[in-house]
Structure formats: structure tokens, C-alpha cells
Design a protein around this ligand. Structure first.
Ligand SMILES: [Zn+2]
Length: 191
């Protein structure tokens, strides 16, 4: 069962987090480290009524045993391949919908609407094709379900998912290994 740990930022959104010197996935002594970028965005309206998007990013260094670092890299390669396959599968269907764009003629609003629709259908299709593919592969590659994805072609890691809290005042860690989560909480003085 996954366990969540929240580490609040001390100053200036600098996350000073300490990991136990063990593989984050299997608890064996750490042999290597993986630097994982963490990104977040917040959208709000400023006092002049303009919509503003603010981006946040930080990096967290995660300890691994060599076996699980390799497994983490392999899982990323598999997930990227699945996403590319899904993209290739969705492409002809979106192309088939292209006449929609043609029928919009020179009406700019209709053309933008049709283009938007085609993109939405494309994204939806990629998502629909990805799900069963991931499920099928995870029947053979069991640790795939413990891999945390980051965007369409971004890389995740095995065993821990890290994101900003909605208020962007802390980092939220989701651990697959409950013992590591407990050690991590003690080390960072949080519950
Ligand atoms: Zn390990």
C-alpha cells in the first residue's frame, strides 16, 4: 500500500529532503542516485484581472540499488515506447478527421474550432490506446505499476512519486515501500 509523506518548504521553496541511505524501492543499501526533476504550475487571476500561470520546479536526489535504478530506466523506456505507439495509432484517425478542417472553409472561427476538436480527439485517443497497452505490459513487467510517469515523454522513477502540493508550500511524496516512507518521515521530522 502506498504511503504519503508531506515535506514543507523551509525557505524560498527550497526542498531540503533527506532520504535513508537505502534503495527507495527495496530497502537494500543504496548504490547509486537518480536526480528527479519535479515540476508544478498554478493558474490564478492577478489584481488587474489578468490570468497568470506560474511555474515551479525543483530537483530531488533519490537513492537506488543498481538493480532498481536499471529497472527504473527500463520502465521509462517501455512507457515512452507505449506512448509513441499510442501516438502513432491515433495519428491516422486524426488524419481521417482532417476533411472536417476542409469543410470549415475560410471561416476562421470554424477552422480554429475544428482544429481544436481534432487535437482533443487525438489526445483522447492516445490516452484510450495507452491504458490497455500499459495494463497488458504490466502483466509481464510487474514493477511498471510502481513507475511514476511525468508527462507524455518525460521520465519518472520506480517507487516514489513527487509533486508540489496545490498551495505549492510543500512537496508531497508517495512511496510504494511503507518502511522507506516511515524512515523518510523520521529523517525529515515530519509525519
Ligand atoms: Zn532496490
Amino acid at each position: 500500500m502506498a504511503t504519503y509523506v508531506k515535506v514543507p518548504f523551509s525557505t524560498n521553496r527550497i526542498a531540503v529532503v533527506a532520504f535513508p541511505n537505502k534503495c527507495v524501492y527495496c530497502e537494500l543499501p543504496a548504490e547509486t542516485k537518480v536526480v528527479q526533476p519535479v515540476e508544478g504550475q498554478s493558474h490564478y487571476e492577478d489584481n488587474r484581472g489578468r490570468f497568470v500561470t506560474k511555474s515551479y520546479s525543483t530537483k530531488v536526489t533519490i537513492p537506488f540499488c543498481k538493480t532498481h535504478m536499471k529497472e527504473s530506466e527500463r520502465n521509462n523506456t517501455i512507457l515512452k515506447a507505449i506512448n509513441i505507439l499510442a501516438g502513432l495509432g491515433a495519428f491516422p484517425i486524426v488524419l481521417f478527421l482532417a476533411p472536417l478542417l476542409g469543410s470549415a472553409g475560410d471561416n476562421f472561427i470554424l477552422l480554429v474550432g475544428a482544429l481544436f476538436l481534432a487535437i482533443m480527439i487525438g489526445v483522447g485517443l492516445v490516452w484510450i490506446i495507452t491504458l490497455p497497452l500499459k495494463y497488458l505490459v504490466s502483466l509481464f513487467v510487474h514493477s511498471l505499476k510502481d513507475q511514476t510517469g511525468l508527462g507524455f515523454l518525460g521520465s519518472g522513477v520506480l517507487g516514489v512519486k513527487i509533486k508540489f502540493t496545490p498551495k505549492k508550500d510543500a512537496l508531497l511524496f508517495r512511496f510504494v515501500n511503507a518502511k522507506i516512507a516511515s524512515d523518510f518521515s523520521s529523517l525529515n521530522g515530519v509525519k
